[in-house]
Ligand binder design. Structure first.
Ligand code: ATP
Ligand code: MG
Length: 191
């Protein structure tokens, strides 16, 4: 089983949107458990997992959608994850908000042979934007890679979220292709 933690302390950066759409995409060919790792949202399920790696689950993928804010949840998720994805809008603030997560990731990488693999995922990008100098500098400072694929700012993501579905099934083929491209990069990152 591959455990993917989707984390950023900053709220509203697209963690849940990425988690649900990636889970939907992966579920086309594999068994997937998507877990709301918010201790308030899902105390029973997450409390069961956050002390040890849930090896006994018979899923191909476990996707952990982490809550915003300062709590132990994200640190717990980093501790059990094989891959950590850090969504950030194309803003240096969203990158800086992940400083603590990045530190936790790097500490574990050093003692666990490079696990978890980790990368930023740019979300809600405006069409044809290139990352600004400030965000490039913030990313360089934190020293984690950035996926080549990103989500752009498209209403299809919000519609899918509101309807409890995914852009994989929806009418916006650009949004679908974005998620499929992120999925491919996730699979390449997977140890
Ligand atoms: N690529 C996108 N294009 C347009 N809107 C998006 C995109 N990704 C997410 N959104 C919208 O942005 C808002 C915040 O997204 P989401 O809930 O996924 O963020 P979050 O990081 O999980 O938030 P929280 O920290 O509160 O859990 C939602 O209204 C969502 O529909
Ligand atoms: Mg969320």
């Amino acid at each position: 089983m591959t455990v993917v933690a989707i984390v950023n302390q900053k709220g509203g950066v697209g963690k849940t949107t990425l988690a649900t759409n990636l889970a939907w995409s992966l579920a086309q060919t594999a068994s997937v458990l998507l877990l709301d790792a918010d201790p308030q949202g899902s105390a029973r399920d997450w409390g069961h997992f956050n002390t040890s790696r849930p090896e006994n689950l018979r899923y191909d993928w476990l996707i952990l959608d982490c809550p915003p804010g300062v709590s132990n949840t994200s640190a717990d998720a980093v501790r059990v994850a094989d891959v950590v994805l850090i969504p950030a809008k194309a803003s240096a603030f969203d990158v800086w908000a992940a400083t603590d997560i990045v530190a936790a990731v790097k500490a574990r990488q050093q003692s666990s042979n490079g696990i978890p693999r980790a990368a930023f995922v740019i979300t809600m990008a405006k069409p044809r934007t290139i990352l600004g100098r400030q965000i490039d500098a913030a990313l360089a400072e934190l020293g984690l890679p950035v996926l080549n694929s990103r989500t752009s700012d498209r209403v299809a993501y919000t519609h899918a979220g509101n309807e409890g579905t995914s852009v994989i099934e929806g009418p916006d083929s650009t949004a679908r292709d974005e998620i499929l491209a992120i999925r491919r990069e996730l699979e390449q990152l997977t140890p």
